[in-house]
Ligand binder design. Structure first.
Ligand SMILES: Nc1ncnc2c1ncn2[C@@H]1O[C@H](COP(=O)(O)OP(=O)(O)OP(=O)(O)O)[C@@H](O)[C@H]1O
Length: 402
């Protein structure tokens, strides 16, 4: 005997009133897409739940994928069996054994089929006794069990549900619009992307690359990060912007103390232009208050001054250690700490202004025309697409988008 379906419980989505139907449909579509490699699976919706029918696919592999899909509060394996004592016993033991390390359990049986000869009060000790006989060092705890096994004897069959696995939470990706993630090779921006997706946002990413100062390997690192992020949402297009000439011009013609602020302002301008071309309504960054010179209140104000776009900063109130915890959980940490330089670290001034003003930045920029450089960088931008942890398209397939 093995589990034949996975029960999916919604979280916050259940609160969404009138929009609930469209949230459910999005979740269903996202699940179907993520489970493409398991073609026998089917998704079934009932009034307040969803089920993945496994039809012989590996339960644990499918569970791993479902646990990364946003919009799910918790999941459990379940098995449908004939209404016989033998089958019920086998099924509860299967459910108990799935809860690795559980030392205590509780059976909660319900019998809606009153024709079934064993009443619920008798089912609990009967099935519990079977688990006790077939395990060692395990006890029943009806108040705080490690695992609660639910048994429902219905008219058509009996259903046994095993332990709860926590889901990824949040809202189904694609229900709250799109954002352009400014993705560096660092620890923070991939985490910001993950948390933004968790709020139901579909991501595209922009990366500023400065060859030969930054290497192919540093670009590859960013692609690997986006690839990893694509496991959690829809496909992610990474737009790679050649940024060398702009950075050289800043280094040549702007006061050194302001070069970092002005570099960021150019990145913002380019990101806004690209988002606008793509019909995307917000930007997302990995900025967190107070971490580095570019993230003081004054810096953020001077950088933000060049755009009216809403900027999502999911990390703004998080500690570095909290950010690292998330990056470990989502498997981006190992990629982020590869030692390849980012364009900002290559050109970093010895003493960046920690309290720049927008007035000064505007004044310095007004003496040099950057508009053609920005247009050129955008015209030479190319795109790579990642889906479900794999690269989808070659770079030049998207050239005609710009
Ligand atoms: N080369 C880049 N391409 C795209 N976005 C970038 C790049 N460099 C920085 N950013 C954006 O600016 C934000 C702030 O960068 P900064 O270098 O100040 O901070 P950080 O803490 O090092 O961030 P991260 O860990 O994400 O690199 C990043 O989180 C990212 O969103």
């Amino acid at each position: 005997m093995n589990f034949d379906h996975i029960l999916i419980r919604y979280g916050e989505m259940a609160l969404k009133g009138k929009n609930r139907r469209s949230f459910e449909q999005k979740l269903q579509r996202n699940l179907i897409r993520k489970l493409k490699a398991y073609p026998a699976t089917k998704i079934k919706k009932t009034k307040d739940r969803m089920y993945v029918l496994l039809n012989g696919e590996d339960p644990h592999e499918v569970m791993e994928i479902c646990r990364k899909v946003f919009g799910i509060h918790s999941l459990s394996f379940a098995v449908k069996v004939e209404k016989s004592e033998e089958q019920l016993k086998e099924a509860v033991l299967l459910a108990f054994n799935d809860a690795k390390g559980a030392r205590t359990f509780k059976i909660s049986a319900k019998r809606s089929d009153k024709e079934f000869p064993i009443p619920s009060q008798e089912l609990n000790p009967l099935l519990g006794g079977h688990i006790l006989q077939n395990t060692e060092g395990v006890t029943v705890d009806v108040h705080h069990p490690d695992v609660e096994i639910k048994v429902e004897v219905r008219n058509d069959a009996a259903y046994i549900t095993a332990q709860d696995y926590p889901g990824a939470g949040g809202l189904p990706v694609g229900t709250t619009g799109q954002s352009l993630l400014m993705l560096s090779g660092g620890i923070d921006s991939p985490v910001a992307g993950y948390l933004t997706m968790k709020r139901g946002v579909d991501l595209e990413a922009i990366h500023f690359h400065s060859p030969p100062y930054t290497s192919e390997r540093s670009k590859q690192k960013v692609i690997d990060l986006a690839e990893q992020l694509s496991n959690y949402g829809n496909s992610i297009k990474v737009h790679v912007v050649p940024f060398t000439e702009i950075q050289q011009k800043i280094a040549r013609e702007m006061p050194e103390g302001y070069s970092m602020t002005i570099t960021r302002r150019m990145m913002m301008r380019l990101s806004e232009k690209l988002a606008d071309q793509r019909g995307i309504l917000s930007l997302t960054t990995g900025e967190s208050l107070g971490q580095v010179a570019s993230q003081t209140m004054e810096s953020m104000s001077a950088i933000n001054d060049v755009t009216n776009y809403p900027i999502i900063r999911p990390l703004v109130a998080m500690d570095k250690l909290e950010i690292i915890d998330v990056s470990r959980k989502i498997d981006t940490y190992g990629i982020s700490i590869r030692p390849y330089e980012d364009c900002c670290t290559v050109f970093v001034p010895k003493a960046p202004k920690t309290k720049p003003t927008k007035e000064n930045a505007n004044y310095y920029e007004s003496s040099v025309d950057f508009s053609q450089d920005l247009d050129k960088a955008l015209a030479e931008t190319y795109t790579i697409e990642l889906q479900d942890g794999k690269r989808l398209h070659q770079e030049d397939e998207f050239k005609d988008l710009f």
